[in-house]
Write a protein that binds this ligand. Structure first.
Ligand code: PRP
Ligand code: URA
Ligand code: MG
Length: 208
């Protein structure tokens, strides 16, 4: 299984609070944003740096910059929306695309209902965001879509991944690097991650 678990003490601490049933939407949203920023710190190490010359008050020197205009952030609606601000804080000039997918609760099939993406080319660096990688159907569909739009460099950033979902993404998209805060134990019979945190979308938007 190919997956990068960013198990930093800060992330572990914040994720523990997110998992708790009695954590409310305000704290849940804030923590998701903070953890995304911390995971993104690691996930963005794949970005290219370009050399440049700058002047300090004392002399000329070499510097480095990231062209974050080449970065495309793609949250999967709804729950991925809770991750956009965290990564945008690090890459403020990134463009943002949106893909709407929900998982049909009985069949567990991924249903696409919206896609609006900015221009993507072979130099684009695409970060697909979704807090939950459960069976993997939603992420695989989103990855199919960004690749159909021309994406060649794609990273999937999740909060919690299951072994099953990780295997499916590895198999269907072997080139995609996965970053997560936690690789949890397993899925239950309804496709929920155990121990997980429940339904991320519902907890973010208080829809249950
Ligand atoms: O790996 P999978 O089995 O596809 O499950 C994960 C998906 O399920 C959740 O979305 P949901 O269908 O609840 O939609 P929502 O974000 O609009 O609530 C979650 O945000 C992922 O997109
Ligand atoms: O555990 C899960 C599985 C799918 N979607 C969620 O929000 N949580
Ligand atoms: Mg949901």
């Amino acid at each position: 299984m190919k997956i990068n678990v960013v198990d930093h003490p800060l992330i572990k601490h914040k994720l523990t609070i997110m998992r708790k049933t009695d954590t409310g939407p305000k704290e849940f949203r804030e923590l998701l944003k903070e953890i995304t920023l911390l995971i993104a710190y690691e996930a963005t190490r794949h970005l290219q740096v370009h050399e440049t010359e700058i002047e300090t008050p004392l002399e000329k020197t070499k510097g480095y910059f990231i062209n974050d205009k080449d970065v495309v952030i793609v949250p999967i609606l709804r729950a991925g929306l809770g991750m956009s601000d965290g990564i945008l804080q690090l890459l403020p000039n990134a463009s943002v695309g949106h893909i709407g997918i929900y998982r049909e609760p009985h069949t567990l099939e991924a249903v696409e209902y919206y896609a609006k993406l900015p221009k993507i080319n072979e130099n684009s660096f695409v970060f697909v965001l979704d807090p939950m990688l459960a069976t993997g159907v939603s992420s695989v569909k989103a990855l199919d879509i960004v690749k159909e739009h021309g994406a060649k460099n794609v990273i999937l950033v999740t909060l919690i991944a299951s072994p099953e979902g990780t295997r499916v993404v590895n198999e269907k998209h072997p080139d995609v690097i996965i970053y997560t805060a936690s690789l949890d134990r397993e899925l239950n019979s309804k496709g929920y991650i155990l121990p997980g945190l429940g339904d991320a979308g519902d907890r973010l938007f208080r829809t249950k």
